[in-house]
Design a protein around this ligand. Sequence first.
Ligand code: KIV
Length: 255
Amino acid sequence: MTDTSKSANLRLRKNGRPISALTAYDYPTARLLDEAGVDLLLVGDSLGMVVLGFPDTTHVTMEHMLHHTAAVARAKPKALLLADLPIHSYDAPDQAVANAKLLAAAGADAVKLEGGVHQAGIIRAIVDAGIPVIGHLGMLPQRVVEEGGYRKKGKTPEQADELLRGAQAIVGAGVSAIVLESVVPKTAKLLTDSIPVPTIGIGCGDGNCDGEVAVVTDLIGSFPWFVPPFARPETDVAPLIRQAAGKYVARVSEG
Ligand code: KIV
């Protein structure tokens, strides 16, 4: 019998076909993406930038994440619903478990948090509380201020080694999968081939991970003011929205 449970989505690649993941922050988008058959919906803290208008993800709070996770959950997606733990919501194990439980109560099937070796204890605590965790390595958007920008990771053998140690530590702590962000292709492939859980890449090149995640606004062109270099838009809705609104303004104002 085919396993159609949501947790099966996380085992897809190590068993076969690659995992498709997209961010979603609201009810209608979640419904549309789910109807398209996406495997995993991520309520990412990227919502700070592409929905709330902050300069980066460091302004996102638990209140924001709960509000948007609940909206996506109301779409009752068949896809696995993953929600980000925002910055400073997982600084200590008790706090991390309490906040992961709040996200789960809002409808998340799993939570994601950033970081490697130093996060192993936090991840273990959340997993032990019964909530699946997905890790996030490579470019860590919650550290963008300290790092002074968005940079490729895993370029040197030392950096690749550090990423591998981080991946092994969080796998040991119980993560179900790992998002790799902006990791150079060779290192992304090395990590994918070295760990027993799926990797889900963004900005890691083609075929180097067990699945791919994209920010939905990059896919559809609804946030045209900043588009990362690795984005692959499939459509461009911004001109259509401007055009429709322009026609509406003309019709109403011209009486
Ligand atoms: O917040 C987000 O959208 C993410 C993706 C970049 C993976 O973490």
